[in-house]
Design a protein around this ligand. Structure first.
Ligand code: NDP
Length: 434
């Protein structure tokens, strides 16, 4: 707190991990001698730089660019790039910190990193987005590489942005390697990567529900966001017979009490990926309820799947969800629930999966994309999907192993943090003081 007083999101993420791993940490006095916690609380290095680019009117615009290389004890730095006006060093540090433990949970060889810019693609033309991506990579390219640091997408960075960044990276480095994941299928991308975070979250949810013998069919689900994670979460849920009653964006929320149809969801995919429109336009098209500035947590649901951004679900929201009979929360976004909301969920003993575990499917398939790129091979959708299911089941198993409390309740927060931490800690110990 003394070192990073102006980084509230970072301190929030660190505190959540440290308070839950205390017991496991204290069982290993050698960890303390090696000062592992303090080392893990300071990223290996941070690059921050100016990104200058020319808009469509011919005017020069400036943005900040960052890459946080948090920890590479178990593999090359790995984590997405976020383009959003709210991006700052604190947010990217919290994401990189979380990513280190999440990547450890996947069992694949990936360290933790994150990057981004306060540039917002919203309202920008295709050419402006391209010029920005090129300018961003012109600076970043020298710090990344297939065995050094492998970026991917996140908020505001989808297939289009990854394509432009990868193209510029290829040009600058004069090599065609798997330095980005989330690439187009024509140039090294993996099948199921776009779907992976949303599908993975649903697979994790199914594992949790199974522990209580609950069937997903006909369950009412509230989802926030309408981006990559939210839409593929909804797609898998519809396939399984659940009812998705809400979706949102930063302007507002739609409510469809009878549940979205496949046709309506297809429209949302188009709205997001082709028209680059707003969720309000869905309400205009289908005549459903839309609340400007509204959020999904006020509506009655069995399951909540926050899939937009950090701290989007607070203590009051959690109490409303619980009062409405919510039995499970599975996080697609990173750190969407505030510490107060998490306390409410754990107190109520509902099934609660933190993003670190539940949304690890995205980076897992990124890891599989890296493996395919190294082998210069492409696996089928079925193969990747099966591997994804296996990885999510394995993460669920690790959470149970490290998070089961004396009364049998599985504290997935503790389970994920301890499991993720132990592997990184052992690797750091083995590699000496660096
Ligand atoms: P997208 O950019 O595709 O979608 C983000 C969605 O969240 C949009 O609907 C956006 O609305 C909404 N949103 C963003 N910021 C805010 C905000 N401040 N308030 C309210 N709504 C907001 O991003 P993704 O779907 O990729 O990412 C969503 C979350 O999932 C993030 O937390 C990300 O870190 C996490 N995640 C993503 C992974 C991936 O593979 N993509 C992997 C693991 C985690 P609007 O259009 O109005 O901005």
């Amino acid at each position: 707190k003394r070192r990073f007083p102006n980084e509230p999101e970072y301190l929030q993420a660190v505190e959540e991990v440290i308070t839950t791993i205390e017991d496991a940490y204290n069982e290993h006095p050698e960890f303390d001698r090696y000062n592992l916690i303090e080392r893990l609380c300071i990223p290996d290095r941070i690059f921050s730089f100016r990104v200058s680019w020319v808009d469509d009117k011919g005017k020069v615009q400036n943005n900040m660019g960052y890459r946080i290389q948090h920890n590479n004890a178990i593999g090359p730095y790995k984590g997405g790039i976020r383009f959003h006006s709210s991006v700052n060093q604190s947010i990217l540090k919290f994401l990189a910190f979380e990513q280190t433990f999440k990547n450890s949970l996947t069992t694949l060889a990936m360290g933790g990193g994150k990057g981004g810019s306060d540039f917002s693609p919203r309202g920008k033309s295709d050419m402006e987005v391209m010029r920005f991506c090129q300018a961003f990579i012109e600076e970043l390219w020298r710090h990344i590489g297939p065995d050094t640091d492998v970026p991917a997408g996140d908020i505001g960075v989808g297939g289009r942005e990854v394509g432009y960044m990868y193209g510029m990276y290829k040009k600058m480095s004069r090599e065609f390697t798997g330095t980005f994941t989330g690439k187009g299928l024509e140039f090294g991308g993996s099948l199921i990567r776009p779907e992976a975070t949303g599908y993975g979250n649903v697979y994790f949810l199914l594992n949790m529900l199974a522990t209580r013998g609950i069937d997903i069919k006909d369950k009412v689900v509230a989802i926030s966001g309408s981006g990559n994670v939210a839409t593929y979460t909804a797609k898998k849920l519809l396939e399984l017979g659940a009812k998705v009653v809400t979706m949102s964006d930063s302007d507002g929320c739609i409510y469809v009490p009878e549940g979205l149809t496949k046709e309506q969801l297809d429209y949302i995919f188009k709205l997001k990926n082709e028209y680059r429109g707003r969720i309000r336009e869905f309400a205009e098209e289908y005549g459903c309820e839309y609340v400007e500035g509204g959020r999904p947590w006020v509506y009655k649901c069995d399951i909540a799947m926050p899939s937009a951004t950090q701290n989007e679900l607070d203590g009051d929201d959690a109490r409303t969800l619980l009062a409405n009979g919510c039995i499970a929360v599975s996080e697609g976004a990173n750190m969407p629930s505030t510490p107060e909301a998490i306390k409410e969920f754990l107190k109520a003993r509902i099934l609660y999966a933190p993003g670190k575990a539940a949304n690890a499917g995205g980076v897992s398939v990124s890891g599989l994309e890296m493996a395919q790129n190294s082998q210069k091979l492409s696996w089928s959708s079925e193969e990747v999907d099966e591997k994804l299911k296996g990885i999510m089941a394995n993460i669920h198993g690790q959470c149970e192993k490290y998070g089961k409390e004396p009364d049998g309740y599985v504290n997935y927060v503790k389970g994920a943090n301890v499991a993720g931490f132990m592997k990184v800690a052992r690797a750091m110990m083995a590699q000496g003081i660096l």
